[in-house]
Structure formats: structure tokens, C-alpha cells
Design a protein around this ligand. Structure first.
Ligand code: GCO
Length: 452
């Protein structure tokens, strides 16, 4: 039985959706990522990011109806609304209102993310990022105005996408904008992100005319020791789990934000987070193996290996559906409804994509049958799109996009998705026996890869 009744997230209306983020499908000339050096094209030239969604918006939203989705998770690009300090693009705000209304008219629940990795470049040029109060105020100004504009049409909000990934890439390892490195910066950025979340939680609930649900999308990985007979690897896997998965969950459970691998060492900041979350969004893709050697610190590494022989997906990630149950179980410790806000595989091979989808939905069905309070499943992504550090290579879409002509064609996973929806929508349990048999697939040989 659901542990946490919520007037909007009714356990009988399971949310079947797909996810996107604005930058990844439409690009954004004034965003920090636009000038970030990433593998964009073989010649190294910077291409316009995205897959021309703005021009094709109506047809793209139509695809959601085609697959039978009743929800769509997407994001609002901050730098389009506020392209320069003090500027406010009213036409973009109107567009967002039209998008939300058009989804509602189609019977699709809009699930809106307010920050999905990108920020306006002008803030970076002023030397501001999530470690600065002034940045947080600008974000809150933008987000509050969007909430005011959309509160009548949007009922489910995701304030932040993957604070752990954003902080890990942008403030700990420096691989993504703004490119800072260090625990101090990472702790401060995470604290400020969560402080902004707590504030927005109040704003959204105050401004919304009816029942509203506010969540965060948390990226969760399974961790296992690289060598199961190594105590050091087992310890390293536990530490990775603690820092990557538990930090955010603990922050909402106790109010204490402590970005640290080893208890006691490191900073702790207490924030008003308890009671400031209606559901936890879980983004789950894979399991990572962890290996550690005290004699060579460079050998503290994450990697993927095809342990059970299922093959790796094209981003080199292990296919590990059981991990979805594991992370959901951990997430459930918060006692809140859970929504899988992202799950997916970059696969050019349709059979493998279909198998991945079915195996993961089967885990969701199992979790629900066991009484876990899972209220939705969103596939990443509706369309093939721009994949951050990897550029336009990985194909996560239910719809294949020809990157030259930009034509959209359904993959077989789109059809499989529709069948799952037809079989399972609105039910407490999804009976996998009612589904058509799984297609055969030729597994590619095992490979192993380094972290993205
Ligand atoms: C993330 C994001 C998405 C990615 C997806 C595939 O997890 O990085 O939320 O923007 O594109 O997860 O990597």
C-alpha cells in the first residue's frame, strides 16, 4: 500500500512518460554548455546542439500521444528566458505556457524541470555559479517567475535534475561547466542547490491553485566491487554508494547536507529540507564497478564490465535491470512516492533497446507488486538527442532522429512502449504475462568501458 498519500500522485494513475531536456533537443545559444569544449563533431567543429525541436515542437509532442504516454517530463531553458542580465524574454515564457496547455489538451501531464544542467552563460562571465549566493538569487528569480506563469497548467515539478551529477561534473571533477574542482566547491554548490530547492518547494505550493507535487530527479547508480574478493574494493564500492546515492537521500531524511565519503571528515550544513519533497525522482541506468588500490591512487576507478553476459549498451554501461529494484529500495527509505524520472539505453539495435525497456519495466512491476510506492516510469528519451560530453552519438530515443535530415522515425522500442502502456496503465501491478513475447536479440560481445 502507498505509504504516503498524495492528492495528485494517485497510485491508480501510473505516470507513463518520456523525458527530455530543453538544451538536449533544442540547443540554447546563450547557455554555458554552448561554448563548453565537448566532442561535438568529428572535425571538432561546434555544431548547434539539439535536434531542432523548436521548429518541430507540435509534431514532437504528437509523438507522446502516438506512444500512449500520459505524462511528459521536459525542462525550461533558463538562458532562453533570461538571455542576458536584466533581460526577460516574455515570448519564451508565453511559449512555455502554450506547451504546457497543449500537453494538457492532449491528456498529457506536464512534468517540468526547472534546472537541467545548463545555466545562462552571462552568469559564468560574471564569475558566478552555484557556489555564489548571487547565482542562487538569479535562479530563484527565474524559477519563481516561471512558477507564477505556469502554476495554473503545471502540477508536477522537478526543481533540479541530478544535483549529484551536476555537482560531481561541474564542481568536483571539473569535467562540465563551470569546471571547478574540489570538495569545498562541491559541498557549497550542493548546499546552495538544495537551499534553492527548499525555497522553490514553498513558492510552488504557495502559488499553485490545486494539488501539486514537487520532486527532485536523483541519479542513482548501483555500485559493486571490481574484484569481489578484495576488501578494499568492497570498501570503495560502499563509499561510492554513500557519497553518490546516499548524500541526497540523507539530506532529505535528516536535513543535514554532508558531501563526504568518510563519516565525520568534511563539512555538514543543516538546511530546512525535511518535509520539502513530495516525491523522489530516480534516474537509473546502470551499475558501476569500483576498484581501489592504496598504493596507486590513480587506480581508484569506476568502470563497467559485462558480468552477467548481457552485453553493454553503446555508452559502455552494463545492462543491469536488477539494479533498478536495488536503488528503488534505497530511495524508498525516505517514505515518499517514487517516480522513475529517467531510465533508458543508448542503442542503435532496436531489439536490445526493446529488451532493456521490458526488463526494466518488469522490475518496476515487481517492486509495485511487493508494495513499493512507485508512481511513474519515464523513458530517457523521447528522441535521440545531444548527449552532453558524448555529443550526437548515443541514441537514447524511442524515436530515431536522422542527424542530417532531422527526420524522426519510431524505433521498435516505441511500439514496445505502447504495448506496455496498454497492458499496464492505470493498474496497481503490471502483469508482464499479458505482454507479447520478447523479441530475440543477438547480443554483442562483452566489452568494458570507462566512466562517461
Ligand atoms: C543525465 C541526464 C540526461 C542524460 C541521460 C543519459 O543523467 O545525465 O539527466 O540529461 O542525457 O541521463 O545520459
Amino acid at each position: 500500500m502507498p505509504s504516503h498519500p498524495h492528492p495528485l500522485l494517485d497510485p491508480d494513475t501510473f505516470l507513463w512518460g518520456a523525458s527530455t531536456s530543453a538544451f538536449q533537443i533544442e540547443g540554447a545559444p546563450a547557455a554555458d554548455w554552448t561554448t563548453w569544449k565537448v566532442k561535438d563533431a568529428e572535425d571538432g567543429a561546434v555544431r548547434v546542439r539539439g535536434v531542432d525541436h523548436r521548429a518541430r515542437q507540435d509534431a514532437d509532442l504528437g509523438l507522446l500521444g502516438e506512444i500512449g504516454a500520459n505524462a511528459y517530463r521536459y525542462s525550461i531553458e533558463w538562458s532562453r528566458v533570461v538571455p542576458a542580465r536584466g533581460e526577460w524574454d516574455a515570448a519564451e515564457v508565453d511559449r512555455q505556457v502554450r506547451v504546457a496547455r497543449s500537453l494538457r489538451e492532449r491528456g498529457i501531464e506536464p512534468v517540468v524541470t526547472l534546472h537541467h544542467f545548463t545555466s545562462p552563460a552571462w552568469l559564468g562571465q560574471e564569475g558566478l555559479d552555484w557556489t555564489h549566493e548571487a547565482f542562487v538569487s538569479e535562479f530563484l528569480r527565474f524559477a519563481t517567475r516561471m512558477v507564477e506563469a505556469l502554476a495554473g497548467d503545471v502540477r508536477i515539478w522537478v526543481t533540479l535534475n541530478e544535483p549529484n551529477v551536476h555537482v560531481g561534473g561541474g564542481f568536483l571533477t571539473g569535467m562540465t561547466p563551470p569546471g571547478k574542482r574540489g570538495f569545498r566547491a562541491a559541498h557549497l554548490a550542493l548546499t546552495n542547490m538544495l537551499r534553492a530547492h527548499a525555497r522553490l518547494y514553498e513558492v510552488i505550493h504557495t502559488d499553485s491553485p490545486g494539488p501539486t507535487a514537487v520532486g527532485i530527479a536523483h541519479n542513482m547508480l548501483c555500485f559493486a566491487p571490481g574484484r569481489s574478493d578484495s576488501r578494499l574494493d568492497r570498501w570503495a564500492a560502499r563509499m561510492a554508494d554513500r557519497i553518490y546515492n546516499d548524500t541526497l537521500i540523507e539530506a532529505f531524511r535528516t536535513g543535514a547536507v554532508a558531501l563526504r565519503a568518510i563519516p565525520v571528515i568534511g563539512q555538514v550544513t543543516v538546511l530546512p529540507l525535511r518535509g520539502h519533497l513530495d516525491f523522489l525522482g530516480v534516474n537509473y541506468y546502470t551499475r558501476a564497478l569500483v576498484s581501489f588500490s592504496p598504493f596507486d591512487l590513480r587506480r581508484y576507478r569506476y568502470f563497467w564490465e559485462d558480468h552477467p553476459g548481457r552485453g553493454l549498451i553503446e555508452t559502455s554501461w552494463e545492462v543491469y535491470p536488477e539494479g533498478l529494484s536495488d536503488v528503488l529500495q534505497k530511495a524508498a527509505s525516505l517514505g515518499l512516492p517514487l517516480v522513475i524520472t529517467e531510465n533508458g539505453a543508448a542503442e542503435a539495435d532496436d531489439d536490445r533497446k526493446v529488451a532493456f525497456l521490458r526488463e526494466h519495466v518488469a522490475q518496476v512491476a515487481r517492486c509495485r507488486a511487493e508494495g513499493m510506492d512507485v508512481r511513474g516510469y519515464f523513458w530517457w528519451s523521447l528522441l535521440d538527442n545531444y548527449e552532453w560530453l558524448r555529443g550526437l552519438e548515443p541514441r537514447f530515443g524511442l524515436y530515431h532522429v536522422d542527424f542530417n535530415t532531422l527526420e524522426r522515425t519510431p524505433t521498435r522500442a516505441a511500439t514496445a512502449y505502447t504495448r506496455l502502456v496498454e497492458a499496464g496503465i492505470g493498474r496497481i501491478g503490471i502483469d508482464m504475462n499479458t505482454l507479447p513475447p520478447q523479441p530475440h536479440s543477438n547480443r554483442t560481445p562483452a566489452r568494458s568501458g570507462a566512466i562517461r
